[in-house]
Design a protein around this ligand. Structure first.
Ligand SMILES: [Zn+2]
Length: 492
C-alpha cells in the first residue's frame, strides 16, 4: 500500500517520472519520463505489441501524425461532441469541470447529464466555489481539443488529435487493399493524444498530453466468426463487474453468453494480458461493464479494464474494450466521399470496429503502484520483462581479475537483455540500488569464478542466490525473465 505523494516522491528520486517543465513551475497535466521511466515504458510497449499483434497474423502496427485536419475530426464527431461541461467562479474566476465538482460536493455520479441539467443541480444544491465560496457562472460546453492553424497564413484549421484511433480508421481502405483484402484486419498504433482537460488532477492519471496504445479490429459480423472462435476459450476465467450488479465476481467466459464471441474472445485476451504479463492477481484487475448512461452513444458494448490502485484511492480505469459497430467508417465515408464498404457475399458492407484501447501512462503508474514494496527494504516488484533493467552484473571486488571477468560477462548479456554494470560501493549497496529500481536478477563474479567458471545469481524477491555456470547464464536469465521458470526451480 502506498499513497500518491509517497509514490510520486519515489518516482522523482529514482528517475521514473515527474511533472514536466518543472524548472518553470510546471503546467498541470504534463509529465516527463526520466531515464528509468523511459525504459519501463519501452518495456511495457514491447510486451503490449508482442501480445496484441500476436493475437492474429493480420494485426499490424501503423503510425500516423499527431495533427489532424478539421474535417477528419468533424467526421468523427469530436468537433461537435467532444466536450465537458464547465463552470467558472464569478468571484475568483477558477474553472471547474462541473461533473467532478458535483461528485466531489454531493457524492452523486452525474455522468451523461447535459449543461442545463447540471446547472439545475448546482442551483438546487446551492453549490459555491470550493476555494472562495463565490457563485458560479452558467454551465456551458467546453470542447476539449487543442485547436491550431496549419500553414503560414493559418488557412487550414486543425487539432492535436484527441485519440489515436482516427488515424487507423482513415487508413482502413488503403491497408485493406495493401493487405490483400483479408478480414479481420487489425491496425494498432502507439502514440500521443491531447485533451485540454479543464482541471487535470491525480498526477499521471489525467493528463493533457498522454500516450495511447490502441488496436482497431475491423471485421464483418457473423462472416468472421470462425477466426474469433479459434482464439476463444470458454473456460478462461475473468473478474467482471456487470452493469446493475454490486459486486465483482469470477466467471468463465462461457457464462457471459449475452456477449458475442468476437467480443468475449478479445475480452478474455485483454484480461490474460494483465494476469500473465502484468502479474496482477485476479482480485486486483477487473472488467467493468459500463451502464447505458456512461457509454458513448456509438459504443454498442463497453467494458473498462480497472486496476485497484491504492495510490489513487482504489479502482481506476486503465483501458477499454469498445464495440463501435460501423459508426467510425460510416462517418468517414460520409464526410470524405471515400468508399469504406467491402464486398461480402455479393453485397457491400461497411466493416465493424472492435477497439482495444489503453492509456500507457496510467498503465505505467499502475505497474509502479502495484510493484512498490516497503518492508525491511524499499524495493519494486515489477513484471520482469517490463523492468528498466532485467539484470545487473557486478564484481565482488575490483581486484584479482574479477572486475575484468564481470565486464566480459556483462558485454555478452547486454546483447540479449537490458543489463546494468556496477562496481561502485559494497555488493550489499549495489543489491539495494537494484532492488530500489526493480531489477529482477543480479549476477556477481567472486573468487570461485576463475576456479570453475561459475557466478552467483541473486533473485530480487527472495534475495536467495544460486551458483550457475557462465555458459548457461543467457538461457537461465531468459527463462526467468519470460516467466518460464521460477527462481526457486534453479538447481545448485
Ligand atoms: Zn472562487
Amino acid at each position: 500500500m502506498v499513497d500518491r505523494e509517497e509514490l510520486e516522491s519515489v518516482c522523482k528520486r529514482r528517475g521514473f517520472m515527474w511533472p514536466s517543465s518543472e524548472i518553470y513551475g510546471g503546467e498541470a497535466g504534463f509529465y516527463d519520463y526520466g531515464h528509468l521511466g523511459a525504459r519501463l515504458k519501452d518495456g511495457w510497449e514491447l510486451i503490449w505489441k508482442d501480445f496484441f499483434l500476436g493475437l492474429n497474423d493480420n494485426y499490424h502496427m501503423i503510425y500516423t501524425p499527431n495533427i489532424l485536419p478539421y474535417r477528419a475530426l468533424k467526421a468523427s464527431g469530436h468537433v461537435d461532441l467532444f466536450s465537458d461541461i464547465i463552470v467558472h467562479c464569478m468571484r475568483c474566476s477558477a474553472s471547474y469541470r462541473a461533473d467532478h465538482l458535483i461528485t466531489d460536493l454531493t457524492g452523486k455520479n452525474v455522468e451523461g447529464l447535459n449543461a442545463s441539467e447540471i446547472e439545475g443541480m448546482i442551483k438546487e444544491n446551492e453549490m459555491k466555489c470550493p476555494s472562495c465560496n463565490g457563485n458560479f457562472s452558467e454551465a456551458e460546453e467546453f470542447n476539449m481539443m487543442f485547436s491550431l492553424s496549419i500553414g503560414p497564413t493559418g488557412e487550414h484549421k486543425g487539432f492535436l488529435r484527441p485519440e489515436t484511433a482516427q488515424g487507423s480508421y482513415m487508413n482502413f481502405f488503403r491497408e485493406y487493399r495493401a493487405l490483400r483484402r483479408q478480414m479481420p484486419m487489425g491496425l494498432a498504433t502507439i502514440g500521443n493524444a491531447f485533451r485540454n482537460e479543464i482541471s487535470p488532477r491525480q498526477g499521471v492519471y489525467r493528463l493533457r498530453e498522454f500516450l495511447q496504445a490502441e488496436l482497431q479490429i475491423f471485421f464483418i459480423p457473423d462472416t468472421n466468426d470462425m477466426t474469433f472462435e479459434d482464439m476463444y476459450d470458454g473456460k478462461a476465467e475473468v473478474t467482471v463487474l456487470l452493469d446493475g450488479e454490486e459486486e465483482a465476481r469470477r466467471v468463465r467466459m462461457d457464462e457471459l453468453e449475452d456477449l458475442p464471441v468476437f467480443y468475449r474472445s478479445h475480452l478474455a485476451k485483454v484480461y490474460e494480458f494483465y494476469r500473465e504479463h502484468m502479474n496482477l492477481a485476479p482480485e486486483d484487475v477487473r472488467l467493468r461493464e459500463l451502464s447505458k448512461e456512461e457509454k458513448a452513444f456509438y459504443n454498442l458494448i463497453h467494458f473498462d479494464v480497472e486496476i485497484n490502485m491504492p495510490s489513487l484511492g482504489g479502482w481506476k480505469e486503465v483501458g477499454g474494450i469498445h464495440y463501435r459497430g460501423d459508426y467510425d467508417l460510416t462517418k468517414h465515408q460520409e464526410e470524405s466521399g471515400t468508399k469504406m464498404s467491402i464486398p461480402v457475399n455479393g453485397t457491400r458492407v461497411v466493416p465493424h470496429v472492435l477497439e482495444l484501447s489503453f492509456g500507457v501512462d496510467r498503465n505505467i503508474w499502475a505497474v509502479l503502484d502495484r510493484g512498490y514494496r516497503l518492508d525491511e527494504r524499499e524495493w519494486l516488484s515489477l513484471p520482469k520483462r517490463c523492468a528498466p533493467y532485467h539484470v545487473a552484473v557486478f564484481p565482488l571486488v575490483r581486484k584479482d581479475g574479477l572486475e575484468e571477468r564481470s565486464r566480459e560477462i556483462y558485454k555478452v548479456i547486454k546483447r540479449e537483455f537490458r543489463a546494468f554494470w556496477d562496481r561502485s560501493g559494497s555488493v550489499g549497496k549495489r543489491y539495494a540500488r537494484m532492488d530500489e529500481i526493480g531489477t529482477p536478477l543480479c549476477i556477481t563474479t567472486d573468487y570461485e569464478t576463475p576456479e570453475d567458471d561459475t557466478v552467483t545469481v541473486r533473485d530480487i524477491t527472495s534475495k536467495e542466490q544460486v551458483r550457475v555456470k557462465v555458459p548457461e547464464l543467457i538461457d537461465i536469465i531468459g527463462s526467468i525473465i519470460d516467466g518460464e521458470k521460477e527462481f526457486g526451480e534453479l538447481q545448485r
